[in-house]
Ligand binder design. Structure first.
Ligand SMILES: Cc1cc2nc3c(=O)[nH]c(=O)nc-3n(C[C@H](O)[C@H](O)[C@H](O)COP(=O)(O)OP(=O)(O)OC[C@H]3O[C@@H](n4cnc5c(N)ncnc54)[C@H](O)[C@@H]3O)c2cc1C
Length: 390
């Protein structure tokens, strides 16, 4: 939806083809960093009172702080806080409200794609054919567009699963404006403030190893309660306050970063380009940024001109690849380090994380650096975009 908004703002006709009968999110919990919030605002999405601004910390299971994500005050002021806690349905509703009528076509699965120098043909599940100058694969981790361009690749199973839930229970003793990511030897137990449609609440998640080849048959809420029991309050109390119907589970997987995204008149954005583990808490954020940058790069480009399209897509992906690959690789490595370290190394790992600034350097300093870089890039591109539009 972000890509459609940006490409449309650049003066192009856009059709957004969704295979399901409704465009709706597959999950609930979500946090967004300032760059996607900024990009969405520029795309005309209503970002007022969107989510709860949170300061983020990594802690050990005893509550000892290991990392603080310290963003400059002006960024916190301008974009409503460091890390925004919200729920997906509200973001979807706001994106949908920003889309011009007719752009989104639901119940329109794409079966296959063919392209030549003159254009792209999309063969639809309903037997019809769509023709376009450019196709953007925003079709998620199992992307058909990615497969068509670059062949099949196996998913990278992290052998982890995550349980997440939401509660609006009146937990007046719980500090608001905070996101706490905690680890014991094997489990991550985390919680954050949220704001959803004007209501304050909390979301939480617990994450442990799970063999991806094995079906999970346990009870989600009971498993989350067991995993959260080791952690300090408020995590156990937030899990207890959550309606079991509001608990969801996801196995964690991604794919290794691609060397190239675009080919001819086709490109990729979001999970189609860089499927990212929730350890990054940035997959949806990067998808929104991708969409924003893609539209800006296509501004002023004659889409009938094959070479012009190719070079615009190349310019789009060049700066996106290192940023997104770093995020998805770091997320994979953090998952391995926190959950798959052999037992004898776990003690040493935790000693290093508790007593040295290693994690602060790897996560606490690199994340704000990447965030500020994206904000600066958006400023730069927005300036060029305004000049292109005259
Ligand atoms: C538990 C969990 C927590 C997460 N937390 C965060 C977080 O805090 N912050 C964050 O930024 N990210 C988070 N993420 C990651 C984020 O959810 C994903 O990165 C994001 O949803 C990717 O968006 P996308 O639009 O690229 O793909 P998707 O959301 O997968 O959307 C792809 C769309 O394409 C449609 N589609 C697919 N194939 C076809 C076809 N052939 N024809 C037509 N339509 C098709 C699908 O139906 C779908 O609507 C989390 C992920 C999980 C699992």
């Amino acid at each position: 939806m972000a890509a459609a908004l940006s490409v449309q703002q650049a003066g192009n006709d856009v059709v957004l083809l969704e295979r399901y009968r409704q465009a709706r999110p597959a999950g609930n919990i979500l946090n967004l960093w300032p760059p996607p919030i900024k990009a969405l605002g520029l795309l005309g999405v209503d970002i007022s009172d969107l989510g709860a601004p949170c300061y983020s910390e990594f802690r050990n299971v005893h509550g000892h702080k290991r990392v603080g994500i310290d963003l400059p005050q002006d960024v916190i002021r301008d974009y409503g806080g460091g890390f925004i806690g919200l729920l997906r349905p509200e973001l979807y509703e706001r994106l949908l409200a920003a889309l011009p009528p007719g752009v989104l076509q639901v119940d329109r699965g794409v079966d296959s794609i063919e392209q030549g120098e003159g254009g792209v043909r999309l063969y639809m599940a309903d037997g019809t054919i769509e023709e376009a100058d450019v196709v953007v694969g925003a079709d998620g981790i199992d992307s058909l567009v990615r497969r068509t361009l670059w062949g099949d690749s196996s998913t990278r199973e992290h052998n982890l699963h995550i349980f997440g839930g939401v509660t609006y229970a009146d937990e007046t003793d719980v500090q608001r404006g905070l996101c706490v990511v905690s680890h014991n030897r094997k489990v991550q137990g985390s919680w954050t403030s949220i704001r959803h449609k004007g209501r304050n609440g909390f979301q939480w998640w617990v994450l442990e190893t799970h063999d991806a080849a094995e079906e999970f048959t346990g009870d989600f809420h009971a498993t989350a309660t067991r995993l959260g029991a080791d952690f300090p309050q408020p995590l156990p109390q937030l899990i207890a306050a959550t309606d079991p119907a509001d608990v969801q589970r996801w196995p964690i997987r991604d794919r290794k970063p691609l060397k190239q995204w675009s080919k001819g008149r086709a490109t990729l954005v979001g999970d189609a380009a860089h499927p990212t583990s929730p350890y990054a808490a940035y997959g949806a954020g990067m998808a929104s940024e991708d969409g924003y940058f893609l539209g800006r790069r296509l501004a002023g480009v004659d889409l009938s001109d094959y070479e012009a399209v190719r070079s615009a897509l190349e310019l789009f992906e060049a700066p996106r690849k290192p940023h997104t690959a770093r995020q998805s690789q770091q997320a994979y490595i953090l998952g391995q380090m926190f959950h798959h370290a052999p037992a004898p190394l776990q003690y040493v790992r935790d000693l290093v994380l508790d007593r040295t600034p290693l994690l602060q350097k790897v996560v606490g300093e690199s994340s704000p650096g990447e965030i500020l870089e994206q904000i600066d890039l958006i400023d730069l591109i927005e300036h060029d975009f305004a000049a292109t539009l005259g």
